[in-house]
Design a protein around this ligand. Structure first.
Ligand SMILES: [Zn+2]
Length: 640
């Protein structure tokens, strides 16, 4: 711990990732720090409200699912391990049943739930969510008091596997991965739902971790980190900032896995064959440590990781990987027939990393990836009928999306899934001291308290290619309104009170600096164009995009019945609901394919190839809409 660490811990970058509803005191900057200033700050979820539209619908479905889950069932094994009588039977799936006992994810759902309920409370003000948060935190506090040493966990063998891990013995499953979810849930309960006891329980958990791992040599520690451990480095840096105690920052550093940190920080890519969602949270933690310490090694690793995953390893939707692993970028075509591509957790964590990088150094590339993966990976992951979420999103031609059951699955992607739809409000707007950035075109309202300014965004984007911002102020406010110009939209036009705003975009946004008065209106035209993008490593396999929206071929419902896509076991992806709908080949050259595709005059997001398909043409619609249909994402281009 250097003097610089202490400075950063108490100011500067720590505000970046942590500014939630109740931590405004952390926003004070350390004076005369030599760190580059934070470029963008987030708005609290409390200050953003979704308005009528598909994202609000998704949030409501998520809220209904969160309300249907019972805290006492998630708390079952926490109470057992603390020597207390459980109050309700344990849930199934990854929470208690074979064949998942060996992964030791028991209790991960409670952590995710605490995060999701806290964010949902901040996003909606729904008091029932606050009650759930307070109930769970209170129960965890009771368990912590009843158990020795500060550990709370739900593993069937208590602390045994964590004990094996720190003793350098062989251990079963991914106990630190699971503990990270509980740590993160407590952090979010504190940040987003204002729970003071959550910080107390969290700090004691961190103390337990520090004490248990203190005897370990660095070499032993690194060997332990060969096994998936979630974002322990990230959350311990958060504990350091929240508790203002630098000892947790030292522990966060110990949880950094040198086997990936070292090469990534030197712009070397070690990712071929590695488990994807094991690595992404490590990179999130590297960026978090860069924010906390200013040490460039962490920052370089996080930025290079993002670059190599987004630019070399991602499918058109922003998802990546096959059977949860990164594969060599030259091998995309070989993995296309897989039904286990694009694990949704991976996209969830890539968005967390992207958001942190974007706030630190706002660049158009980060914002464009965020938007693309949000629509085509995250928004697309929720079943609009049931509110359940995907695990894999298959690139296999003609396959379907599969969703978890309400009470028998509890996958990792169930956990990140319930968080996803509770926090759409976290990346629509950002701010600096004197500018408000409109980053996504999602119907919503934001309150900029410091300026007494409210912005209401009404839009049916992407169904309609425009958005409207209505300004309300307590008194006239001089500020800049920065409207992001997406990379897919070179022809974006902005009108202020009906008059064309002539200034060109710079740094990825159009900046409208003026004195704002109530009744001011900004209208944004976002003309979208149809284009194709090749599958990485190929020239004759392409996907269609319209603006940021991935279009997929609609291939019917053969073999599908109501509820058949709701499954218990994620491993069955690809071994069920198979059919062989005919996948047309598109003929001619890829460059002219977009011109040979016609837009439906009744639905601007529906297209049809025009004498380009063999043996027949194909109808294309937004991938995110094809929840209960067979689809195809990539098309082979054949000779005419
Ligand atoms: Zn997952």
């Amino acid at each position: 711990m250097t003097r610089r660490d202490v400075l950063r811990l108490f100011g500067g970058g720590t505000a970046i990732a942590l500014t939630g509803a109740f931590d405004r005191t952390l926003s004070a900057r350390a004076p005369a720090d030599d760190a580059p200033p934070a470029k963008l700050s987030p708005f609290s979820l409390q200050d953003v409200r979704l308005l009528e539209g598909p994202f609000l619908d998704a949030q409501k479905r998520d809220l209904a699912y969160l309300l249907s889950l019972q805290p006492d069932r998630m708390l079952h094994n926490f109470r057992v391990n603390a020597g207390l009588e459980p109050k309700a039977p344990v849930y199934g799936g990854w929470e208690s049943e074979e064949p998942w006992v060996e992964i030791r994810c028991h209790g991960h759902t409670l952590g995710h739930y605490l995060s999701a309920a806290s964010m949902m409370y901040a996003s909606t003000g729904d008091e029932r969510m606050k009650q759930r948060v307070d109930q769970i935190v209170g129960e965890l506090q009771e368990c912590q008091r009843a158990s020795r040493g500060g550990l709370v966990c739900a593993f069937p063998d208590g602390a045994a596997q964590l004990g094996n891990a720190v003793a350098g013995r062989r251990f079963i499953g991914v106990p630190w991965y699971t503990m990270h979810k509980i740590f993160a849930g407590l952090r979010d309960a504190h940040l987003h739902a204002g729970s003071a006891p959550a910080l107390d329980v969290l700090t004691k958990l961190a103390d337990w971790t520090a004490a248990e791992t203190a005897p370990m040599s660095d070499e032993q520690f690194q060997r332990m980190l060969d096994t998936e451990h979630g974002g322990m480095n990230e959350v311990l840096a958060d504990v350091a900032a929240l508790s203002r105690d630098p000892k947790y920052l030292a522990l966060a550093r110990r949880f950094c896995h040198e086997a990936v940190l070292a090469p990534l920080s030197e712009s070397r890519d070690p990712l071929d064959g590695l488990h994807a969602n094991t690595q992404i949270p490590k990179a999130v933690g590297f960026q978090r440590l860069f924010d906390a310490t200013g040490e460039d090694r962490y920052g370089r690793a996080a930025r290079f990781f993002w670059q190599t995953v987004v630019e070399r390893r991602s499918f058109v939707t922003g998802g990546h990987g096959d059977n949860e692993h990164f594969f060599p970028p030259a091998d995309f075509a070989a993995h296309l027939p897989s039904a286990k591509t694009m694990e949704t957790c991976g996209t969830h964590n890539m968005l967390r990393l992207t958001r942190m990088l974007f706030m630190n150094a706002p660049s158009a590339a980060y914002a464009d990836y965020y938007e693309r993966a949000l629509y085509n990976g995250i928004f697309a992951s929720q079943d609009p009928a049931s509110g359940m979420n995907t695990y894999f999103q298959a690139t296999r031609p003609g396959y379907v999306r599969l969703y978890h059951t309400p009470e028998q699955s509890f996958w990792c992607c169930t956990g990140t899934g319930i968080e996803n739809h509770a926090k759409y409000g976290d990346s629509i707007y950002f701010r600096t001291a004197d500018a408000l950035q409109v980053n996504l075109f999602i119907a919503s309202a934001v309150t900029w308290r410091e300026k007494g300014l409210t912005l209401r965004q009404t839009t049916a984007f992407p169904e309609r290619a425009n958005s409207r911002l209505d300004v309300r102020v307590e008194r006239p406010v001089h500020a800049a309104l920065n409207v992001r110009q997406p990379g897919w939209c070179p022809a974006m036009a902005v009108h202020v009170n009906g008059r064309r705003w002539g200034r060109a975009a710079a740094d990825g946004h159009v900046s409208i600096e003026r004195e704002w008065r109530s009744g001011d209106v900004v209208e944004i035209d976002l003309p979208m164009t149809l284009r194709v993008e090749p599958l990485p490593g190929t020239t004759d396999v392409v996907a269609f995009l319209y603006g940021p929206i991935v279009l997929a071929g609609r291939l019917g419902r053969e073999g599908l019945t109501d509820g058949s896509q709701i499954i218990v076991n994620e491993r069955q992806s690809g071994s069920m609901l198979n059919a062989r709908p005919e996948i047309p080949v598109l003929v001619g050259d890829a460059a002219s394919l977009a011109r040979r595709t016609r837009q439906d005059p009744r639905d601007p997001l529906t297209f049809r190839t025009d004498h380009a398909g063999r043996p027949k043409d194909v109808e294309l619609g937004p991938y995110y809409r094809l929840a209960h249909e067979r689809y195809n994402l990539y098309w082979k281009i054949g000779p005419a």
